[in-house]
Ligand binder design. Structure first.
Ligand code: PEP
Ligand code: MG
Length: 585
């Protein structure tokens, strides 16, 4: 019997949180309300300003209450709500709205929308996807104020039916957090958003499959439609056929089975059959990812990308804000090692500031270069790191080091801040390991010298490959050249690891290559001490490590490195991995 009165429709979006879900659609319609646009008399200005202030105050209280209501795990999302509260009081936003009311004689609702639009346009020009995504936050804030100005209901409780796939044009972090808390959401689909939108981040942190950027999904899906979504491939099927459903269910079964294995292996060490121990750590952008990291068995944090603290704002975070974030992460990790990378900001990654556009930002004033140019910004972070170091096991890492002088200068800034804090009588940790990211060819070539002065290395393959192959990592036209198994990359990795071993310092990898199971044997053979990746990748990598003998891995890589082209090496390693680990998913 066929149960499909409606034909199947398939939509391709962006896979934002891996896994497969099948469930009935719950379409959340939070469409923007119509904004009344009125001209006002000069005499009405004072009242309009007061309406605006009351609505802002009310919005602030609502967000505060919402934050209070989030208990337990969902508490992590409180950080996002707090960021929204800060945006409400951002002087640039408030002053602009007030100026429009006073100067242009327009009502508060209209003024709020106009300022929001202006801020959104500023975000449009930012190249970095993450910061561009913050446009949505401006909208959420504006929407809340306008609703409050109009006396409309906000934050009504959303009752999600069990195992629903939530479909929305876009989701505010408040809505997403509340729905996740109900424990009933099987998956998320949004029309808007990218890999780094809040829905994507929250879904990943909670391991709920999600497809974002799905075009007009919220119009094409009707409430109650049967949906199958694949958050790994970014695929959404509306009213799938029986055969398609069977395939999805099989993938779901395998995914769950491998999660079960993951849980079982969580406490087991990543050690090869011949006793080679590798540490498996997690990469994070936000503290809210920590529960998932620990659930997947991360032994520590190998990379905390602190530039994400700059989101949603025009002014850099204060020392106190830096400190609170680092302390939270260190405490949540309970004594496990936490490697915090100093700001990897660059020309296009600094929101809210006017910059001369660099012709080639990837090779411009980025990361440690930026910090050494903007010393006070750097010192604010270093002071916060030093103060936070008493709360856990902190290691500090400088990004994009290209020579010894940068490392020395970075260290001397740290020491300068240490003595400053000492004079102020503030407690700081005694000795903090200071390492560097090896991600430029020049650092790789002088790794033996750098190893004399760094306490550890962490190889950033994302950049190392981009710079050594001379391919812009954002440029699709040259993406085909992005080959982690290129002989030049393998030789470079071997030489960096060799230099570290010779000097006796640990060497980690925290680029994407570290978490791709295709490369696990290769990295074991090369001799990495630590691999750092996103939470979901840890269990699979651990399974592979535990079923491998390092001596065999070394033989395999020696054979691979006798081949010449990246394609040959790739084919060879892929075939071997499939032969050995076909059952690992
Ligand atoms: C890298 O370059 O591999 C890395 C981990 O840093 P990011 O991706 O943040 O540049
Ligand atoms: Mg990098």
């Amino acid at each position: 019997m066929s149960i499909h009165a409606t034909p199947t429709l398939s939509l391709q979006g962006i896979g934002a949180s891996p896994g497969v879900a099948v469930g009935h659609a719950f379409v959340l319609d939070r469409r923007r309300i119509r904004t009344p646009k009125l001209r006002i008399d000069e005499a009405a200005v004072a009242e309009e300003l007061s309406r605006f202030r009351v609505a802002t105050g009310l919005s602030d209280r609502q967000l505060g209450e919402l934050k209070e209501r989030l208990t337990g795990e969902a508490q992590d999302h409180a950080i996002i709500l707090e960021a929204h509260r800060m945006m409400l009081h951002d002087p640039m936003f408030v002053e602009e709205v007030e100026k429009l009311i006073t100067r242009d004689f327009i009502n508060a609702e209209w003024a709020v929308r106009r300022v929001a639009r202006r801020i959104r346009h500023m975000f449009d020009n930012i190249q970095d996807e993450y910061f561009r995504e913050r446009r949505a936050d401006v909208e959420f804030i504006a929407d809340r104020i306008v609703r409050n100005l109009m006396g409309q209901e906000v934050d009504e409780e959303i009752v999600v039916p069990p195992d629903a796939v939530v479909v929305a044009h876009d989701l505010s972090p408040a809505d997403a957090a509340m729905m996740v808390k109900s424990g009933r959401v099987a998956g998320f689909v949004t029309d808007l958003g990218g890999q780094t939108s809040h829905t994507a981040i929250i879904a990943r942190a909670r391991e709920i499959p999600a497809v974002v950027g799905a075009g007009r999904a919220s119009e094409q899906v009707s409430p109650g439609d049967l949906l199958a979504l694949d958050g790994t491939r970014g695929l959404l099927l509306i009213n799938p056929t029986e055969e398609q459903l069977a395939l999805f269910r099989e993938t779901m079964r395998r995914h769950l089975a491998s999660e079960q294995v993951a849980l079982k292996t969580r406490e087991l060490p990543a050690v090869t059959t011949d006793g080679w121990r590798v540490t498996l750590n997690g990469n994070i952008e936000f503290p809210e990812e920590i529960p998932s990291l620990l659930a997947h068995g991360a032994e520590g944090i190998g990379l905390y990308r602190t530039e994400f603290l700059f989101l949603d704002r025009h002014e850099p975070p204060t020392e106190e804000e830096h400190y609170r974030a680092y302390r939270m992460v260190l405490e949540a990790m309970g004594g496990r090692p936490v490697t915090i990378r100093t700001l990897d900001l660059g020309a296009d990654k600094v929101p809210g500031r006017r910059h001369e556009r660099e012709p080639n930002p990837a090779m411009g004033l980025r990361a440690i270069r930026y910090c050494l140019k903007h010393r006070e910004l750097f010192r604010v972070q270093l002071r916060a790191l030093l103060r936070a170091s008493v709360h856990g096991n902190l290691k500090v890492m400088f990004p994009l080091i290209s020579g010894i002088s940068e490392l020395r200068e970075g260290r001397s800034e740290l020491e300068f801040c240490r003595s400053e804090l000492g004079r102020a009588g503030l407690p700081v940790g005694k000795r903090i390991a200071v390492g560097i990211m090896v991600e430029t060819p020049s650092a790789a070539l002088i790794a033996d010298r750098l190893a004399q002065e760094a306490d550890f290395f962490s190889i950033g393959t994302n950049d190392l490959i981009q710079y050594s192959m001379a391919i812009d990592r954002q440029n699709r036209d040259v993406a085909y050249l992005y080959k982690p198994l290129h002989l030049s990359v393998l030789r470079t990795l071997k030489s960096i690891v060799g230099a570290a071993k010779e000097t006796g310092i640990p060497v980690a990898m925290c680029g994407e290559m570290a978490g791709d199971p295709l490369f696990t044997l290769v990295l074991i053979a090369i001799g990495l001490d630590e691999l750092s990746m996103t939470a979901g990748q840890i269990p699979v990598v651990k399974q592979i490590v535990r079923r491998t003998s390092r001596s065999e891995a070394i033989e395999l890589v020696e054979a691979a490195m006798r081949l010449s082209t990246a394609e040959e090496i790739d084919r060879f390693i892929r075939a071997e991995m499939e032969r050995r680990f076909a059952d690992v998913s």
